[in-house]
Design a protein around this ligand. Sequence first.
Ligand SMILES: Nc1nc2c(ncn2[C@@H]2O[C@H](COP(=O)(O)OP(=O)(O)OP(=O)(O)O)[C@@H](O)[C@H]2O)c(=O)[nH]1
Ligand SMILES: [Mg+2]
Length: 181
Amino acid sequence: MQEYKIVVLGPMGTGKSTLVQALAGGQVVNTDVRNSDPAALKASTTLAMDYGDIPLPGGHRMRLYGTPGQRRFAFLWPILLEGASGAIVLVDATSEATRTLAISHLEAIAGHSPSLPVVIGLTRQDSFSVSQLGDCGHWLQSTAPSLPAIPVDPRKPQQVLTLMDVLMSQIECQSLVRALD
Ligand SMILES: Nc1nc2c(ncn2[C@@H]2O[C@H](COP(=O)(O)OP(=O)(O)OP(=O)(O)O)[C@@H](O)[C@H]2O)c(=O)[nH]1
Ligand SMILES: [Mg+2]
């Protein structure tokens, strides 16, 4: 039996808690509280983490952790990354400010475990303009040219599964390379 610990990072409001909820359904531990940050138009924010335990085919399990997005909780990101098999970084593709903030989440991963498989999920595609597509592509090229990045609506389980599929392929590929070493 194999356990996969997957950690979801990304700036505030990019959909981390929504993604954990979409994949784990009702089986979620959520630590959201009322948001007191006036800069973010958002009713609630994660204080510690989201946690979902998902059974996989073949008796395997996925333990899914959503991190708190606010910078003041950055000290928690490496703690939650401990023992991770892979990470997802969610970025609001329509917001330049969010893209800039996401760099610190990518740096936290690189600083903690440089070879960890990572996939970037680009959210808010439903309110995406053609000019934003160009800006986002440019950001990806300059910030994370070697990471897979795919569009995802964290509210839609099917799209989250596609994102997971890409991450699990990365994880499997890395174990294969390790076995061949
Ligand atoms: N329209 C749209 N809404 C989205 C999308 N992704 C997330 N949302 C919404 O944006 C909000 C995101 O909230 P959360 O899931 O709490 O975000 P979070 O990343 O956990 O935020 P923190 O815990 O504060 O860091 C929710 O209301 C989601 O329904 C998307 O792709 N499109
Ligand atoms: Mg959250």
